[in-house]
Design a protein around this ligand. Sequence first.
Ligand code: UDP
Length: 240
Amino acid sequence: DNHGKKAGRFMLKLSGEAFAGGGGLGVDPDVVHAMAREIAAVVRDGAEIAVVIGGGNFFRGAELQQRGMDRARSDYMGMLGTVMNCLALQDFLEKEGIDSRVQTAITMGQVAEPYIPLRAVRHLEKGRVVIFGAGMGMPYFSTDTTAAQRALEIDAEALLMGKNGVDGVYDSDPKANPDAVKYDALEYGEVIARNLKVADATAITLCRDNALPILVFELLAEGNIARAVNGEKIGTLVSD
Ligand code: UDP
């Protein structure tokens, strides 16, 4: 099935780590370009795409806290890191001939629009990709939660969670356990009860409470963004 519609509106969550390529830190333009090409293809086919990108390739608040920094301040650093990912993606979307807008939860008028949900929806209707930066603008939240919240507010039909190096949800860590079994489908309750690595608990409960389906899939496999948008059976679908 096609999540119910032909080409609908989707929230695409991109792993920040993936943006670093092999490097681990910063942005690998080749990876971002590949991602932009795939997004451009689905937009040309009529899908409305909103994007949230993680920030793990720059800073994670919790990690900086462990090394002695104030949590809230390091979370703000984490949020600012996500904006660099947004600008990189915007640049390559432009090179693909796709219009886009970055909207940030922390205002920075020189580089992005402020987060204005109704305007975001208008952009989407005009075929522009909307990239949401700086998370929720609040410490102690994640970009997963941001993706879930923005998806709900712009009325996306599904949250497509592109992961770095794993093609779905497993019953144990597939990198540590060669016998780990992948789920094709899961209920929200199972994800929470078994503490499965889909997203943080805040994001999962938000999706559950509002019946927003989550598709977890491997981001870097070529063609996977189109497969996710077209409702092909890849990855793991989390729903009621
Ligand atoms: N962050 C935050 N509030 C948000 C979104 C992100 O404080 O609404 C910070 C947090 O410090 C996080 C970092 O930004 O570690 C990067 O975001 P991401 O969700 O990618 O974190 P990760 O999952 O990589 O830890």
